[in-house]
Design a protein around this ligand. Structure first.
Ligand SMILES: Cc1ncc(COP(=O)(O)O)c(C=O)c1O
Ligand SMILES: [Zn+2]
Length: 405
């Protein structure tokens, strides 16, 4: 790492100091000495690294190895999905299963990197507004780092997110509102409380962890990127991160100029990026009354919307929304077809793919990779709507199955 650079006004900031946003309000991006890395680090060296995302450590911001806070994140499998592909008319379909990360979502990558940087920079207290899974990952990595963690998330997050955060010992506040309301609370209290704010893109290192999804994909496909990537877009940080990773890998001489079409998938109940894309706008507008069972996509105004839109447009991709009904149907069908029980965010991509094949935007023979960003098991309330069970009494709920009666 050489320095940080504002994504809007290009002002440079020094490495080794604590930063949030640029003074102009733009998110800061980490820059590296790519020429030096190119001379000293090869694709073969990567293979000799650990079986986690930290195999890409030279392109991550942590300077001292002992500061790395790892729970085994990354190097998730890239699985073929032939039966699902055949059903919807995609002959070369792959799923990158991020549900196998610690805390069962891709958020582990970003928070492993962010908490490692907290250790490196001497930060002892963090606060995070979250749609749910980032909270779980923050709580886990903060516990592993010995850092105090304050979490603000909507009061109707999936039960799994709430219980995980409590179990990991975080200070949890359930907010009557959305992630945007949680963000306002953190921003207003952080100074008095001495919290470092770990909101997406207001903190410059989570994106660096997330970008490893792009490095891994290239490595797993023998340094040949696919034709199309589907990414469930809330804040859009995974998509922005992968786009950054592709540019870095090209500068390292690891891949050529070919880029996949980047497809940003949202839901009908919260689709600010899709709306902006359709209107040809550079920024999105706040989406009122956002609601969806795909809780990670309930982000009414992504801070990095302009970066998502730029990547989608440059890549020749598109942005598309699906309904909650469609994504739950797709999730259940995928589980039965492939033995993969994915998060609603991931299944939204299957449904979106079906639509883009039907419309002719994509062809059946294109190599398509879908990011399943989390495990279906974290969303039992959402899937239970299709598989209701009745219990006659409170006691039935608690006993019987595991407790002898
Ligand atoms: C399972 C899941 N998928 C996707 C997202 C959206 O992530 P991003 O901010 O990278 O768009 C989230 C965010 O909470 C999530 O939890
Ligand atoms: Zn700036």
């Amino acid at each position: 790492m050489t320095n940080l650079e504002c994504s809007l006004c290009k002002t440079e900031y020094a490495a080794g100091a604590i930063h949030n946003l640029c003074t102009c309000g733009g998110p800061l991006l980490v820059r590296y000495d790519l020429a030096r890395a190119k001379a000293n680090w090869s694709r073969d060296d990567v293979k000799r690294g650990p079986n986690t995302m930290w195999r890409y450590a030279p392109m991550l911001p942590v300077q001292a190895h002992e500061n790395i806070v790892s729970l085994g994140e990354g190097m998730t499998p890239l699985l073929p999905a032939p039966r699902a592909g055949k059903r919807i008319g995609a002959n070369n379909l792959w799923i990158k299963d991020e549900g196998l990360n610690p805390t069962a979502s891709f958020k582990a990558r970003g928070l492993s990197c962010a908490l490692s940087m907290c250790v490196e920079l001497g930060i002892r207290k963090i606060a995070i507004p979250s749609a749910g899974n980032a909270a779980s990952a923050s709580a886990a990595y903060a516990a592993a780092a010995g850092v105090e963690c304050h979490i603000f998330m909507p009061k109707d997050v999936p039960q799994a997110n709430f219980i995980e955060c409590k179990a990991y010992g975080a200070h949890v506040t359930l907010v009557n509102g959305l992630i945007s309301d949680c963000g306002k609370i953190v921003a207003s209290r952080k100074e008095a409380e001495g919290w470092f704010e770990v909101s997406t893109l207001k903190e410059p290192y989570r994106i660096e962890g997330k970008k490893t999804m792009g490095y891994e994909l290239a490595e797993q496909l023998n340094w040949e990127l696919p034709d199309v990537i589907f990414y469930p877009t809330g804040g859009g940080v995974g998509l922005i991160g992968m786009w950054k990773a592709f540019a870095e890998m090209e500068a390292l001489g690891w891949i050529g100029p070919k880029r996949p079409k980047m497809i940003a998938v949202q839901v009908e109940g919260c689709q600010p990026v899709v709306r902006a894309y359709q209107q040809g706008a550079q920024r999105s507008e706040f989406w009122n009354n956002a609601s969806t069972v795909a809780s990670g996509l309930r982000v009414p105004k992504p801070l990095g919307d302009f970066l998502v839109l730029e990547a989608v447009r440059q890549s020749g991709g598109t942005a598309i929304a699906v309904s909650d009904e469609e994504l739950i149907d797709a999730g259940i069908q995928l589980a039965a077809d492939e033995g993969m029980f994915v998060a609603p965010e991931g299944s939204a991509c299957i449904s979106a793919l079906e639509k883009l094949l039907q419309s002719g935007f994509l062809r059946p023979d294109e190599k398509i990779v879908i990011y399943n960003t989390g495990a279906g098991l974290k969303y039992l309330e959402a899937y239970a709507t299709r598989f209701p069970r009745t219990s006659s009494s409170e006691q039935d709920k608690l006993g019987g199955l595991i407790t002898p009666r």
